[in-house]
Design a protein around this ligand. Structure first.
Ligand code: GLN
Length: 194
């Protein structure tokens, strides 16, 4: 069965997630309302500007539905999306969905090195990671598992059904991270059937 994955499309680089998700075998749809959220088996929160995204989520009254969704179904947050998933956000402090036990510092790599393409290892295999004004993961809770690091800090973390990346896997040809998320959505679907 093809899992149906939504991409939150209020702001940011949501369009870039369609191709890698489709390549990983998902049906993809854009989500802008609580009704559209109800139709999907998993959700991607893309990169962009987390403060703006937060404000748009409030305006659309989507914060509460998103928290409920995350209690039951997988969410994959990239960059600003990862900031929204975290339990604690620094620089400056701002509210978040608190679905993953992480502390993230916004723009944590500093201003001079705003963006870069780095080489990392994901589960022991080399991969490219595109960082754009990326947050740094300062703390990882006991229930979270680090899947990749860069400069001695985690950049890809999973906790239960959720996945967070501080880089942008949708901007690299490599499809492993999206495949990993689609696998999580498939697993959560078969759990719901049992
Ligand atoms: N710096 C942005 C923020 O704090 C995130 C950047 C990104 O998503 N590429 O929201």
């Amino acid at each position: 069965m093809k899992p149906k994955i939504g991409v939150l499309a209020l702001q940011g680089d949501f369009e870039a997630h369609r191709a890698p998700l489709e390549r990983a075998g998902a049906e993809v749809t854009e989500v802008r309302s609580a009704a559209e959220l109800e139709e999907v088996d998993g959700l991607v929160i893309p990169g962009g500007e987390s403060t703006t995204m937060l404000k748009l989520l409030e305006d659309e009254q989507l914060l509460e539905p998103l928290c409920r969704f995350g209690g039951a179904k997988p969410i994959f947050g990239t960059c600003a999306g990862a900031i929204l998933l975290a339990a604690e956000v620094l620089n400056p402090r701002q509210p978040s969905l608190s679905l993953m036990d992480l502390t993230l510092e916004r723009n944590g790599y500093g201003r001079q090195i705003d963006s870069r393409i780095a080489h990392i290892q994901i589960s022991g295999r080399p991969a490219e990671a595109v960082f754009i004004r990326a947050p740094v993961i300062r703390r990882v809770g006991a229930d979270a598992r680090v899947l990749a690091e860069y400069n001695n800090s985690p950049v890809l973390v999973e906790q239960g059904k959720h996945l967070a990346a501080t880089f942008h896997p949708e901007l690299s040809p490599e499809n492993r991270v999206h495949e990993q998320f689609v696998d999580k959505v498939r697993a959560s679907l078969s759990e719901q059937l049992n």
